[in-house]
Design a protein around this ligand. Structure first.
Ligand SMILES: Nc1ncnc2c1ncn2[C@@H]1O[C@H](COP(=O)(O)OP(=O)(O)OP(=O)(O)O)[C@@H](O)[C@H]1O
Ligand SMILES: [Mg+2]
Length: 327
């Protein structure tokens, strides 16, 4: 059966934009996705938009710093940090053809202050650079099979994706309009681009994720087909032991199991673990219900993301089949 447009497996797109509330795990998910794609033979580029690149360290603790140049950190995975001023300098240099002059203007303090006062240009120029990278070819094929954008946290992340549309509506002619339309076309094509919201199964990130998905549906034409819910706690005992804490609480406190603490203490530990699990399950269900999207869950790693094995574990989970109905 022919696959519907926008029904492609996650890694078969050209561009995956990872977004979500601050601290939900966007950078970790971007690195895990890159790992999963490279494990399947894809050539992957991760572009970080923030101040410093954190993906290299997740891929290899001894990785060098990366800047505006793409750098292969581990086989098959390149990383770069898009500095908007560097991207603007490159763009204007190509347009005007006098890179020296452009560089001098961009170094000018007054010019930088002026640009600092109108943040929208950063988003446009960053996405323009991503488009440029997507267009790059080598040996007759795209230079990168997949480009993963570690986007700014939501709030700002939404304007990030909104800017091409706003600029295309305001600028009626000229090369800026042409380039902006090309960027918009890339973002709106479900076969090329997918937006990946990253959430935590907790109250505030759930609320923000629901709002994000609504806005994406109502205002942006960008494909979104799943929510990645990060750091979901496992139930550390089987569900048929659901009343384990109640059983423990009923035992006399004088009873001791070798060097273990008193039954009431054990009961409190078990209750805490179950409550954490239940909280995650409740918000996981809310995310599915209110976004009307299936979810992919990544396990909570007790000691954080320490090494390649931890990242590999998250990578496998990231590309699992989403659970829950798409309505
Ligand atoms: N599944 C997980 N289990 C345990 N710790 C995790 C998990 N995922 C991420 N973390 C940890 O949570 C912290 C935040 O993750 P990360 O930096 O990826 O979030 P972010 O959304 O990119 O944050 P920011 O908004 O600041 O860019 C990091 O210390 C990371 O190691
Ligand atoms: Mg980050």
């Amino acid at each position: 059966m022919a696959q519907a447009k926008g029904d492609l497996p996650l890694l078969d797109r050209r561009l995956a934009i990872v977004t979500g509330k601050g601290g939900t795990g966007k950078t970790t998910v971007a690195a895990a996705l890159a790992r999963a794609a490279a494990d399947r033979g894809r050539r992957v580029l991760v572009t970080e938009v923030g101040r410093d690149a954190q993906v290299p360290r997740l891929l290899d603790p001894s990785a060098p710093e990366v800047g505006y140049e793409e750098r292969e950190i581990v086989p098959g995975i390149w990383v770069m940090r898009i500095d908007p001023f560097a991207a603007l300098s490159e763009y204007l240099g190509l347009q005007i053809g006098m890179p020296g002059l452009v560089a001098r203007v961009l170094q000018n303090r007054g010019f930088r202050q002026l640009m600092g006062a109108s943040p929208g240009w950063r988003d446009l120029i960053t996405l323009g650079k991503v488009w440029h990278l997507e267009q790059m070819v080598g040996n007759g094929r795209p230079k990168y099979d997949l480009i993963i954008v570690d986007a700014p946290a939501t709030g700002h992340g939404m304007t990030f994706l909104d800017v091409p549309r706003v600029v295309a509506a305001a600028v009626r002619a000229g090369p800026l309009r042409q380039h902006t339309l090309a960027v918009e076309e890339m973002i709106a094509d479900p076969e090329r681009t997918v937006l990946i919201p990253v959430a935590l199964a907790e109250e505030l990130p759930t609320r923000e994720t629901v709002a994000l998905v609504r806005r994406v549906r109502d205002e942006l034409s960008i494909h979104v087909d799943r929510v990645i819910v990060n750091a979901v706690h496992d139930l550390p005992f089987s569900t048929d032991l659901g009343d384990l804490d109640a059983h423990l609480a009923r035992l006399p406190d004088s009873l001791r199991f070798e060097s273990l603490p008193a039954p009431t203490v054990l009961a409190r530990c078990v209750r805490y673990l179950r409550a954490r699990w239940m909280l995650n399950q409740r918000y996981l269900a809310e995310i599915q219900q209110h976004t009307k999207l299936p979810t992919v869950t990544l396990p909570y790693l007790t000691f954080g993301v320490r090494d390649a094995d931890d990242l590999e574990r998250l990578a496998r989970a990231t590309v699992a089949e989403p659970l829950g109905e798409t309505v």
